[in-house]
Design a protein around this ligand. Structure first.
Ligand code: HEM
Length: 210
């Protein structure tokens, strides 16, 4: 903690750059994927130079997202272990979200909602990658049976849908926890914000600056 400004560094410049790179690539992967997911979204393909280009580019964008996401995940992994305080937080989650006055359990850097979301993203992005390889024309798909390719197409669509819903929840939660987006853009959060949302992490950071 910087004692003069009362601000605490939450995300380093490296993590911030990595995070926003993932976010941009995720949007590109989503738009190009939706373009040929359903005819109603086909107009999106014009953003990528038309239908054939959207189809060619989408898997490459997906691989870039996978690599960038797993780089981010490797840095965040250590903060996403579920603790006893997280279970206590979960029991009070409704009151916390409704802003009722409750004693906050000493949770660390992230709450259990963020930790579940992190696991969901890890699993879904891994499924998107594996099924994406199976259906990737003309490179890999011919190596697999038509039955497996069909199954992979369905699984890819479901995993894509779950990922989009998870990211909508992630963005809404980031917006709702006023001050969180500042942590991911400018890097710092106020001491009051840290104490209010993540008391265990606040205590740890205060001890470090003593
Ligand atoms: C424009 C959209 C996005 C916004 C506004 C946003 C916002 C944020 C914010 C504010 C944080 C920090 C939360 C905190 O300090 O407590 C965060 C963390 C994080 N975000 Fe995003 N994000 C976006 C897109 C994405 C995407 C597309 C992904 C991955 C596919 C992603 C993955 C993560 C991860 C892994 C973390 C660390 C949290 C954890 O490890 O549990 N974000 N995001």
């Amino acid at each position: 903690m910087n004692n003069k400004s009362g601000l605490i560094l939450r995300h380093t410049p490296g993590v911030r750059a990595n995070h926003w790179f993932v976010a941009i690539v995720f949007i590109l992967a989503t738009l190009s994927g939706l373009a040929f997911f359903h005819p109603a979204f086909f107009f999106l393909s014009s953003l990528f130079g038309g239908g054939p280009w959207a189809k060619i580019l989408h898997p490459f964008v997906g691989v870039i997202m996978l690599v960038a996401f797993f780089m981010l995940a490797s840095k965040e992994w250590q903060y996403n272990r579920v603790t006893d305080a997280d279970h206590q937080w979960q029991k009070k989650a409704m009151d916390i979200m409704l802003n009722h006055p409750v004693e906050m359990p000493d949770i660390g850097r992230y709450n259990i909602g963020q930790k579940y979301l992190f696991r969901t993203l890890l699993l879904m992005i891994a499924i998107l990658f594996l099924t994406g390889i199976v259906i990737w024309q003309p490179y890999f798909a011919p190596m697999f049976s038509i039955g497996l390719v069909r199954l992979a197409v369905v699984a890819h669509g479901i995993a894509g849908f779950v990922t989009i819903v998870a990211i909508i929840v992630h963005i809404y939660a980031a917006y709702w926890t006023r001050g969180a987006i500042r942590g991911m853009t400018r890097g710092t959060v106020t001491a009051a914000w840290a104490k209010h949302h993540y008391p265990g992490w606040y205590k740890e950071m205060s001890k470090r600056s003593e």
